[in-house]
Design a protein around this ligand. Structure first.
Ligand SMILES: Nc1ncnc2c1ncn2[C@@H]1O[C@H](COP(=O)(O)OP(=O)(O)OP(=O)(O)O)[C@@H](O)[C@H]1O
Ligand SMILES: [Mg+2]
Length: 499
């Protein structure tokens, strides 16, 4: 058998105005876990979609087990042993976990009817064998967190006994625990002989799990390296084409008077007497594990959820925020972590997304100011390097990371006085991450108050002037700039160090 299970030769793919792939090369060794990295819009997802039959390449060859193949469509890819878990999840929300795992080939009884009993038993076995004991095989997909849905998708590939498994940024929506489960699944699959292509912007993960790494830039092949023989700095340099020095900016703005005060906020079981203060000029980090209440707290401040008791003050005056519209009127902006469901209008253009979130600002005498919104969009396209031929392109045509940048632009262009951000740089490449942090800090310097939630510890530490830790719905600790370190945060967020 040949050493490479898969070879991609000179793959080219053009979209109107964009050469997404330009004679791209890729070789996957049998039994390898091979990382594919590159900046947002480099062409990673497009290459994988060519491989899985979503797109037909304009030119180039796909060679599977030494033989050239044509992949007609995703089902055909699956038949050939190529399974993919997409960056944008495409689960059927009303199906159960079992049905989702067995979408195309459910077990059937003699009458040809779907044999639910066998199917559920099979799925239970798969879930248990990967340590996923807390997921009910009969649960509806929509009741699962995005991370759990993602893992179910992966298990679907497991069930189909894929030869090649492609994971396109699986961890950007996963919690730490879910990431651990995923890594375990990958290792097991790999031992069973599955070759894996792994896409991620979290370089630490590549060093943890992959043996080989290929870097691409602007649709082109750049280099393939042994993970053992490289380092993070080298990868970043090949990806971005320059050295990136991290300057998150903690402690560099002048912190002034109180801007926002939350007192004894309670919401169901999720928030218990939460109190905190945010100052002008300050970036406040919220640390905590999954379920600690961080997102709920932001949602209460933004009027998505109505707290059952407690008080919120802005500039010393009590406010009653009953809806996101009211929150916006108070100068609050909120960037959710679930960009697909709660943030973007995928079928609208970049420019109109920015308009939609700023209708109040861009309406004059009853007329919408399309040109003004377009100008804003142009400005942010430049600032965040949103990769697109023009701002009239639909958001759905952007790469994942570039969609996140549009979401950020939608909110930042309001120039709020209080900015709440849940996972600001999820799915964003290293170079742009730097510019986003730079921008957040520049807003703080102008007097804005920012609250950041991030599961990326270096990011949280690097960006925050102060950190408030939460544990099981309560504030469990607070760290001033000079006391911030990873161990203390871990202790406070796991309830070990209650002050
Ligand atoms: N269906 C499409 N129509 C038009 N352009 C597209 C389409 N899909 C992708 N593109 C463009 O092709 C380029 C490569 O996108 P791709 O999604 O492959 O990037 P990526 O490397 O996966 O980035 P990310 O890290 O942000 O996910 C981008 O410029 C993107 O806007
Ligand atoms: Mg992508």
């Amino acid at each position: 058998m040949e050493d490479y299970v898969l070879r991609l030769e000179d793959i080219t793919k053009e979209f109107p105005g964009v050469k997404a792939l330009d004679r791209m090369q890729f070789q996957l060794r049998r039994g390898s876990i091979h990382a594919l990295i590159g900046e947002n819009g480099a062409g990673k997802s497009t290459l994988m979609k060519v491989l899985s039959g979503v797109y037909t390449p304009d030119a180039g060859k796909i060679i599977l087990d030494g033989e050239e193949i044509k992949v007609q469509n995703p089902l055909d890819a699956e038949k050939k042993g190529i399974s993919i878990v997409y960056q944008e999840l495409s689960v059927f929300h009303t199906t159960t976990v079992s049905e989702n795992i067995f979408t195309t080939n459910p077990p059937r009884n003699k009458m040809g009817m779907i044999d639910y009993k066998t199917m559920n038993l099979e799925v239970r076995k798969i879930l248990d064998s990967y340590g996923f004991t807390d997921v009910d095989e009969k649960a509806k997909m929509r009741s699962l967190s995005v991370g759990r849905q993602q893992i179910v998708e992966i298990l679907r590939a497991v069930q189909r006994k894929a030869k090649i498994l492609i994971l396109d940024e699986p961890t950007s929506a996963l919690t730490e625990y879910e990431t651990e489960v995923l890594m375990k699944i990958m290792r097991t699959l790999n031992q069973e002989g599955v070759s894996i292509i792994y896409i991620s912007h979290r370089l630490e993960e590549i060093f943890e799990i992959c043996d080989t790494v290929t870097i691409m830039r602007d649709g082109c092949y750049i280099k393939t390296l042994d993970v053992e023989k490289t380092c993070k700095e080298e990868l970043v340099k090949y990806m971005v084409g320059r050295d990136v020095v991290y300057q998150y900016g903690a402690g560099t703005s002048e912190i002034k008077g109180e801007l926002l005060r939350v007192e004894n906020l309670c919401y169901k079981k999720e928030l218990k007497n939460v109190s905190l203060v945010l100052h002008r000029g300050e970036v406040l980090g919220l640390a905590g594990l999954e379920g600690a209440g961080r997102t709920e707290l932001l949602e209460c401040i933004f009027g998505v959820k109505r707290p059952e008791s407690g008080h919120i003050y802005i500039d010393g005056k009590e406010v009653h925020i009953k809806s996101p519209v009211a929150a916006r009127a108070h100068g609050i902006a909120y960037l959710t972590k679930d960009r697909k469901n709660k943030g973007l209008y995928l079928r609208m253009s970049i420019s109109n997304n920015i308009l939609a979130n700023n209708v109040d600002r861009f309406t004059k005498k009853g007329f919408m100011q399309f040109a003004a919104a377009r100008k804003d969009a142009e400005e942010y396209r430049e600032k965040f390097e949103i990769k697109t031929p023009d701002v009239d392109k639909k958001v759905s045509q952007l790469s994942g990371g570039n969609q996140q940048k549009v979401l950020l632009s939608m909110w930042i262009s309001r120039v709020p006085q209080i900015l709440l951000i849940d996972e600001p740089t999820r799915g964003i490449d290293v170079g742009t991450k730097e510019s986003i942090h730079h921008l957040i800090r520049s807003f703080a310097k102008e007097g804005m108050g920012v609250i950041i939630v991030s599961s990326d510890m270096p990011e949280l530490i690097g960006a925050s002037d102060r950190i408030v830790a939460m544990y099981e719905g309560r504030v469990s600790g607070e760290l001033k700039l000079e006391d911030i370190n990873e161990e203390r945060i871990m202790a406070q967020t796991s309830g070990l160090e209650i002050e």
